[in-house]
Design a protein. Structure first.
Lengths: 189, 1057
C-alpha cells in the first residue's frame, strides 16, 4: 500500500451528502432562533409528553447509509461518503424470504463504487463495509456487499470473495488486514 | 595556624566557616593589617605542590578573599597582577571563579579581558574531559566576558572565534549547551564570519536535530524545546550560513520522522525571517520545489501548515520595500512557478489536490499587497475561463471556493470597511474584475436551482466577503446583495436544514456592522411591511421575520429604528378591540428583549427613553388592564406579562439611580395614577389584579439593594409584607404563573433585601410553615417552604442546618403526598433561577451548594440504609413507608442535578450505591429520577473514567443496571422510555471510551486488564438486541456503544507486538 493508487480523486462536499430531514416539525411550533432563549411560562406547567413513544421507526436505507458513510478510505483521510464510494441510491433493503409474509429476516444490499476501476483496495473497502454493518445491525439482517456492476475491472472476482462466508471469515482472522479495517472504522460516529 | 591553613582544612566540609575566614582576611586587608603581597606569598608553599587538589584549595583561598573585598578596593595594578596570576594557573580550581570576580570589577580593562580570554583558549584543550561543573564555570566566565567586554573579544577577531569554537566542541550537557549556544549566537551575529562560516555553522549544526529528552524530575527544567529554540537562533543567525544551512535543512525533510521534519521546517522558517531578502531570494525557488511536495502530499497536517508558513514567509521577505509590481521582481520570479502549479491543480478544482493548491494561494496571497496583486493577475482570469467551461455545479462551486480564498486574503491585506488605519497604497487588483464577480456570484446565488443549497451558500459567502472588503463595492452594489438576501429570507421556501437562510441572516448581521444605513433603508422597510397588524391565527411567518430583525439589529442605529417600529406596532395592538392571538405581541416583546440582551444597555444613551416607554408606559397600561380599563385583554395575559417583566427587569438594571428609585417606589403601584389597587394587603383581589405581581417581581429583581427603603410596605420592617406574601403563596387558588411570581417575590425579598438583623422574621415564618407536624401539607405549601428555604440557604443564613433538617423531616413524612412533593422540591433548592440570580444581585454565597450537599447527603444515605434494613427484616413491608425510599432518591437526584461533579467526586463511594438504587426504580413516575441519575453518572464517567467506578467496586452492578435500562419492552410495570434507553447507552459508551482517567498525562500506567473485560461478552450480546430497538436514536446510541466496546475493551495487550 506504499504506493497511493489514486492520488487525486473527486470529492463531494459533506454538506451535500444526503441526510435525514426531520419532517416532524409541527406548523406554528417555531422553537428555534431567538424564541428558544426565553422560556414560555406555559412550558413550566406541562411536562414534556412522549406521545410518539409508540411510533416505530424501522431501519431504512438512509440509516444504513449513515452507518457506512463515515468509514474512512484506506488511502485518503476522507470518508467513503465524500468519495462517493457508497451512495444512498445504491443501498437496498428487502425481505430475505419474500414468500414468508411475517418473516422478520431482511437483507441489506450495498453496492460500492471504487474510485478507479483497478483499485486493489476494493476488497478491503467491501470488507470494511461488511464488518461495520454486521456489528451495527441486529441479527435478523443479512448483509450483502458487492461491487457495483461495471465499476471495477475484476468486479466478479471481488464479489466472489466478499460473498464467500469462509473467505470473509478467513480474511478477518488476518491481523494486518483487521488492523486496516479497524483504522478505517475509527472515524465512525 | 595561619588563616590560609585553616581555610584549606575546612573548605571541603564547612563552606560558611571558610567564607568567614576569607571575610576576616579581607577585613585585615582593608584595614591594612596585611597586604595582598603577603597573602600571595603565603600561597607559595602550596601552589607548586604536586597535588592538584591542594593547589586548587590554595587558589580558592585567594579567590574567596577577593570575593569578600568591596568592589572598588583593588587598584588597577593589583587587578592586573592578580589576573596574570590567575591566568597562569587557570587550570587550577578556583582560578576561573577568581577571574570571574575580577572581570566584574570596574577597573578591569580591555587588555586584561584579552589576556583572560587567551588564558582560557590556551589552556583548556582538554576542557571536555573535565567535569560538567568545571566546564560550566568556564562557559560562565566566557559568557560574562562576552557581556562586559564584548568589544575586546571582537577585536581579537578570528582568534576569539576559533578559540570559542574549539573550547565548546564536543560539549554534550544540555545545561552547558544552553549557554554555549547563546555565546555562539553573539559571535555569529557580531563577528566577521565570512572566512569561517562553515566552521561556525558546523559547530552548531552538529547538534541538529535535537533528540534530548529531559530525565524525569529534571531539576534544571531544561526542555528539548529550549535547546531547539537556541539552536535555531544560531542556525538562522547569519546570512553567510545560507549556502550550508538551507540545503542541509531541506535534506532533513527526507527524514521519515515527522518530528525531525518539523524541526527542520521551523529552522527554515527562522532562517527565512532572519536572512536578508537577497539571500532568501537566491534559495526561494529551491525551497518551493521541496516544500511543494510536503503540501500537495501532506503527510501530517502540521507539516503542511509549517511549509505554508515558510512559503508565505519568503513572499513577505521578498515584498519588503517593493512598491511597484513588475515581472522582474524577485518576488514575481518566485511566485511564477507557484501560480503555475496552482493553476494546473485547479483545472479540476473538485478533486483532492485542489485543496492544497487553495491553501498555497491563500497563504501566499495574504502575505503582502504586492504578492496579492501578482497572484491575482495570474490566477483569476484562468479561474473565470474554467468556470465558464465548467460542466457541472460541483466544479463551479469548487471554483467559487477558490475565489473566496482570494477574497479572504484581500480582506487581510486591504482591510474591511470597519478596519481603522492600515490603508494600503496599492490599488486592489480585484477591482478590475469587480463586475464579473458581481455577475457570477449574483447568478450563482439567485439564478441556480433552489435546492443547490451548498452552491448558493458558497456564492453568498463570497459575495459577503466582497461586500465587507474596504473600498471595493459601491453602496448600490452592496445594496443589490442586501436585496438578494431579503428576497431569500422573505420569499423563498425552506429547503432542508435551512442553511441558506441561516447564512443569509448572518450575512445581513455582518453587513449591518459595516453599512448600517443599507440595512435600515432596504431591509427594514421590506421586513416591517410583512409584519401583520394582528395575528389572526392563519399565518405565523411573522415569527421568522422578527427572528431575522432581531439578529440584524444589534448595531445602535439599527436598534433605534427597530425599537420605534416595533413599539408602534405594539401600541396599535394594545389599542385594538380585537387584537388577535397574544403570541404576536409576546413575540414582539421577545424580539426587543433579545436585542437588548445582546447590547450593552447601560452604555446606550437612549436607555432613559426606553425606560420611560416600556417600564413606565407599559406598566401603567398593565395597571389599567388589571383594573378592567384596558381596550383589550392582552396585558392580562400571563405570558405577555412574563416577557414584559423580563424586559422591565433588564431596563431597570441598566438605568441611573434616580430612575431606579422611581421604579422602587412604584414596584406595586406600577406607576398608576388612580383606580388600581396594589396587590399587597388587598382583600379579595381579582385574578387580574393579582397577576400584576409578575411585573412587580421582575421590577423588584432589577433594583439595586440600596433602594430597599423606597420599596413600599417595608417599614418599620418587612414582617407584614412577607406574611401577606406567604399567605398568598400557600393558597391553592392562584393561577400557576401568579403563584410562581408570589414565590419568587417572597424569595427575592428574603434573600436580597431583608437585612441581617431582620433575618429572624423569615426564620420565624419558616418555622410557622413547617411546625404543624404530622399534618399533611399541600403542594403549594411545600413549594412555599422550599422557596423560602432557597432564599435563606443561598445567603447561608445561620439557620441553614435547621432548615435542611426540617426539610428532611418533611421528606420522611408518613403522608405520601407530602413526602412526594417534598422530594420534588429539592431540585428547587440549588437550581439556577432567572429571577433569583447573581445578575439580579441576589445573595448567593459560594459555599452554599457545598453546605447543602454535605449536610443532606449523609442524611439521605443513612435513611435509605435504614429503609433497606427494615425491608429485609420484614417479610411483608408496611405499605405506609413504601414511598420513603423513592422519595429520598428523588430528592438526591434533584440535588445532584443542580451541583457540579467536582463536589460529588469525594463522596462517590457513598453516592454510587444510592445512584445504583435509583436505577432500580422501574415505574413510569421514576423516569425523571432515573434520567437525572443517568446524567450524573454520564458526567462522572466522562470526567473521571471507569477507574473511579472500579475503585468503589461497582462496575458489574453498574453495567447490569445500565443494560437493564436499555431494554425497550421490559416486563410489565417497568417503563424505559426512549430517552432513558439512549442515556444509559451513552453511559455504556462513555465507560468504554473513558477507561483511563484524564490526569494520567506523563506517568504512563502499565497496561492493566480493563475492569470492563469481564462484562464485555454480556454487554455485546445484550446490545445486539438493542440494535433492533424501534427508535432510531436508540439504535444509533447502541451502535456507538457496541462499537466502542468492540474496539475499546481489549484483552491484555499482546506482548509480541
Amino acid at each position: 500500500m506504499a504506493e497511493v493508487q489514486n492520488s487525486n480523486p473527486t470529492i463531494l462536499n459533506v454538506a451535500d451528502l444526503p441526510t435525514r430531514t426531520r419532517s416532524t416539525i409541527k406548523a406554528g411550533d417555531y422553537h428555534s432562533g431567538i424564541f428558544a432563549a426565553v422560556p414560555n411560562p406555559a412550558d413550566f406547567l406541562s411536562s414534556d409528553s412522549e406521545d410518539d413513544d409508540l411510533l416505530e421507526e424501522p431501519i431504512d436505507e438512509q440509516e444504513i447509509y449513515d452507518l457506512i458513510k463515515s468509514i474512512s478510505d484506506p488511502e485518503h483521510p476522507l470518508s467513503l461518503g465524500e468519495l462517493a464510494v457508497v451512495s444512498l441510491p445504491d443501498i437496498f433493503i428487502k425481505p430475505t424470504l419474500p414468500n414468508v409474509s411475517d418473516s422478520p429476516l431482511q437483507t441489506v444490499i450495498v453496492l460500492i463504487t471504487p474510485t478507479i476501476t483497478h483499485c486493489s483496495l476494493a476488497t478491503v473497502i467491501g470488507l470494511g463495509v461488511r464488518v461495520r454493518l454486521e456489528q451495527s445491525l441486529p441479527p435478523r439482517f443479512r448483509v450483502d456487499v458487492r461491487i457495483k456492476e461495471g465499476t471495477h475491472s475484476t468486479g466478479d472476482e471481488v464479489n466472489k470473495q466478499l460473498g464467500d462466508k469462509e473467505r470473509v471469515a478467513a480474511a478477518l482472522e488476518n491481523g494486518a488486514l483487521m488492523q486496516v479495517i479497524t483504522k478505517m472504522m475509527e472515524t465512525c460516529q | 595556624m595561619s588563616a590560609l591553613q585553616t581555610f584549606m582544612l575546612v573548605v571541603d566540609n564547612d563552606k560558611d566557616e571558610a567564607k568567614s575566614i576569607a571575610a576576616s582576611v579581607a577585613q585585615d586587608l582593608e584595614s591594612k593589617k596585611t597586604t595582598l603581597i603577603d597573602i600571595v606569598r603565603q600561597l607559595g608553599e602550596y601552589i607548586n605542590d604536586e597535588d592538584p587538589i591542594l593547589r586548587g584549595k590554595a587558589i580558592s583561598f585567594l579567590t574567596a578573599v577577593i570575593k569578600a573585598l568591596p568592589p572598588r578596593f583593588l587598584s588597577r595594578q593589583q587587578i592586573q597582577v592578580l589576573t596574570t596570576f590567575f591566568g597562569d594557573r587557570i587550570e587550577d580550581g578556583g582560578a576561573v571563579a577568581g577571574l570571574d570576580r575580577l572581570q566584574g570589577l570596574e577597573r578591569f580593562n580591555k587588555e586584561l579581558a584579552i589576556e583572560t580570554a587567551q588564558a582560557l583558549f590556551g589552556n583548556f584543550q582538554d576542557l571536555q574531559s573535565r567535569s560538567q561543573t568545571q566546564r560550566f564555570q568556564v562557559y560562565q566566565l566566557l559568557n560574562e566576558l562576552m557581556s562586559r567586554h564584548r568589544e575586546a573579544l571582537r577585536e581579537m577577531g578570528d582568534e576569539s572565534l576559533m578559540g570559542i569554537v574549539d573550547l565548546m566542541t564536543g560539549e554534550k550537557d544540555p545545561r552547558n549547551l544552553m549557554m554555549v549556544f547563546s555565546i555562539l549566537k553573539v559571535v555569529m551575529m557580531e563577528w566577521d564570519v565570512t572566512n569561517h562560516a562553515e566552521l561556525l555553522f558546523d559547530s552548531v549544526y552538529n547538534y541538529f536535530p535535537i533528540t534530548f529528552r529531559p530525565p524525569p524530575n529534571d531539576p534544571y527544567g531544561i526542555t528539548a524545546q529550549d535547546l531547539k529554540g537556541r539552536l535555531q537562533d544560531c542556525i538562522s543567525a547569519s546570512r553567510h550560513f545560507a549556502p550550508h544551512a538551507i540545503p542541509s535543512l531541506l535534506d532533513k525533510l527526507d527524514s521519515t520522522s515527522p518530528n525531525v521534519k518539523k524541526d527542520a521546517l521551523n529552522a527554515l522558517i527562522a532562517c527565512i525571517h532572519s536572512y536578508d531578502p537577497d539571500t532568501v531570494s537566491r534559495y526561494s525557488i529551491t525551497i518551493w520545489e521541496v516544500l511543494k511536495f510536503e503540501i500537495l502530499n501532506a503527510q501530517e497536517e502540521f507539516l503542511s501548515e509549517s511549509s505554508l508558513e515558510a512559503l508565505s514567509g519568503i513572499a513577505k521577505r521578498l515584498s519588503e520595500g517593493v512598491t511597484e509590481v513588475s515581472s522582474d521582481l524577485p518576488l514575481a520570479q518566485y511566485l511564477r512557478p507557484i501560480t503555475q502549479e496552482c493553476n494546473e491543480q485547479l483545472q479540476e478544482p473538485q478533486q483532492k489536490q485542489a485543496k492544497p493548491a487553495q491553501q498555497i494561494l491563500s497563504s501566499l496571497s495574504s502575505s503582502s499587497a504586492v504578492a496579492f496583486t501578482i497572484i491575482v493577475q495570474s490566477v483569476v482570469a484562468p479561474i473565470f475561463t474554467i468556470y465558464q467551461e465548467a460542466d457541472g455545479i460541483v466544479k463551479q462551486r469548487a471554483l467559487l471556493e477558490t475565489l473566496a480564498v482570494l477574497f479572504q486574503s484581500a480582506t487581510q491585506v486591504f482591510g474591511q470597511w470597519t478596519t481603522r488605519g492600515g490603508e494600503v497604497a496599492q490599488a486592489n487588483p480585484l477591482v478590475e474584475f469587480k463586475d464579473q464577480f458581481s455577475d457570477v456570484l449574483g447568478q450563482a446565488l439567485m439564478g441556480s436551482a433552489k435546492d443547490e443549497v451548498s452552491f448558493r451558500v458558497t456564492a453568498l459567502k463570497g459575495f459577503l466577503r466582497l461586500s465587507t472588503l474596504r473600498d471595493f463595492f459601491q453602496e448600490n452594489e452592496i445594496g443589490l446583495f442586501v436585496q438578494y438576501l431579503d428576497e431569500i429570507l422573505l420569499t423563498e421556501e425552506s429547503v432542508g436544514r435551512d442553511d441558506l437562510k441561516k447564512e443569509a441572516i448572518a450575512a445581513l448581521a455582518e453587513i449591518s456592522k459595516h453599512k448600517p444605513r443599507l440595512i435600515m433603508d432596504i431591509t427594514f422597510p421590506a421586513f416591517v411591511a410583512t409584519l401583520p397588524d394582528e395575528d389572526d391565527g392563519t399565518d405565523s411567518t411573522y415569527l421568522s421575520t422578527l427572528d431575522t430583525l432581531a439578529q440584524i439589529s444589534v448595531e445602535r442605529d439599527i436598534f433605534e429604528t427597530l425599537f420605534r417600529r416595533l413599539f408602534s406596532k405594539l401600541s396599535i395592538l394594545l389599542q385594538k378591540e380585537q387584537p388577535g392571538s397574544a403570541a404576536y405581541p409576546r413575540a414582539i416583546l421577545v424580539t426587543l428583549l433579545y436585542v437588548m440582551q445582546q447590547r450593552q444597555m447601560d452604555a446606550d444613551p437612549n436607555v432613559d427613553l426606553y425606560f420611560d416607554k416600556i417600564v413606565v408606559g407599559l406598566c401603567q397600561s398593565v395597571a389599567e388592564s388589571a383594573s378592567g380599563q384596558g381596550k383589550n385583554r392582552l396585558l392580562n395575559d400571563p405570558t405577555i406579562l412574563d416577557t414584559l417583566g423580563r424586559l422591565c427587569n433588564l431596563l431597570v438594571r441598566a438605568v441611573s439611580v434616580q430612575k431606579q428609585e422611581q421604579a422602587a417606589q412604584n414596584v406595586y403601584s406600577l406607576f398608576s395614577t388612580g383606580g388600581f389597587v396594589p396587590v399587597p394587603f388587598s382583600e379579595g383581589a381579582s385574578a387580574d389584579q393579582e397577576r400584576t405581581i409578575i411585573i412587580s417581581t421582575y421590577l423588584l429583581a432589577g433594583l439595586s439593594k440600596e433602594c430597599v427603603n423606597l420599596i413600599p410596605n417595608t417599614s418599620p420592617d418587612m414582617s407584614g409584607l412577607l406574611s401577606d406574601l406567604v399567605k398568598r403563596s400557600v393558597s391553592d387558588n392562584a393561577e400557576p404563573a401568579t403563584h410562581n411570581a408570589f414565590l419568587h417575590h417572597l424569595a427575592l425579598l428574603v434573600n436580597k433585601f431583608l437585612s441581617k438583623q431582620d433575618l429572624k422574621i423569615a426564620e420565624n415564618l419558616f418555622d410557622s410553615l413547617v411546625s404543624p407536624e404530622g399534618l399533611t401539607f399541600t403542594p403549594a405549601t411545600i413549594r412555599t417552604i422550599f422557596w423560602l428555604s432557597k432564599a435563606l440557604v443561598l445567603r447561608l443564613s445561620p439557620s441553614t442546618t435547621h432548615i435542611l433538617t426540617s426539610l428532611m423531616g418533611l421528606l420522611s413524612s408518613p403522608d405520601q403526598q407530602t413526602s412526594h412533593s417534598t422530594a420534588r422540591g429539592f431540585s428547587i433548592l440549588l437550581g439556577d433561577d432567572d429571577v433569583l440570580s447573581a445578575a439580579n444581585g441576589a445573595t448567593i454565597r459560594m459555599l452554599s451548594k457545598q453546605r447543602v450537599f454535605t449536610t443532606v447527603i449523609p442524611l439521605i444515605s443513612s435513611r435509605i440504609r435504614d429503609v433497606n434494613i427494615a425491608g429485609n427484616d420484614d417479610s411483608t413491608p408496611t405499605t405506609s413507608s413504601d414511598h420513603i425510599k423513592p422519595a429520598h432518591l428523588t430528592a438526591l437526584a434533584g440535588i445532584l442535578s443542580t451541583i457540579s461533579t467536582a463536589l460529588v467526586m469525594p463522596e462517590l463511594p457513598t453516592l454510587l450505591p444510592l445512584l445504583l438504587q435509583s436505577l432500580d426504580l422501574q415505574t413510569s413516575d421514576s423516569v425523571a429520577v432515573r434520567a437525572a441519575t443517568l446524567d450524573t453518572l454520564a458526567v462522572i464517567i466522562r470526567d473521571n473514567g471507569v477507574t473511579t467506578i472500579d475503585k468503589c467496586g461497582h462496575v458489574h452492578s453498574l453495567v447490569q443496571r445500565l443494560l437493564k435500562t436499555t431494554v425497550a419492552r421490559p416486563g410489565s410495570g417497568v417503563v424505559n422510555p426512549p430517552r432513558l434507553r439512549v442515556d444509559s447507552l451513552k453511559c455504556l459508551y462513555l465507560l468504554a471510551t473513558r477507561q483511563t482517567s484524564g490526569e494520567s498525562g506523563n506517568a504512563k500506567i502499565p497496561p492493566a486488564i480493563s475492569p470492563l473485560l469481564p462484562e464485555k461478552a454480556q454487554v455485546l450480546r445484550s446490545l445486539r438486541a438493542v440494535l433492533d430497538d424501534p427508535k432510531r436514536d436508540v439504535r444509533k446510541a447502541a451502535v456507538d456503544a457496541s462499537s466502542a466496546w468492540f474496539r475499546g475493551v481489549d484483552d491484555v495487550p499482546e506482548e509480541d507486538d
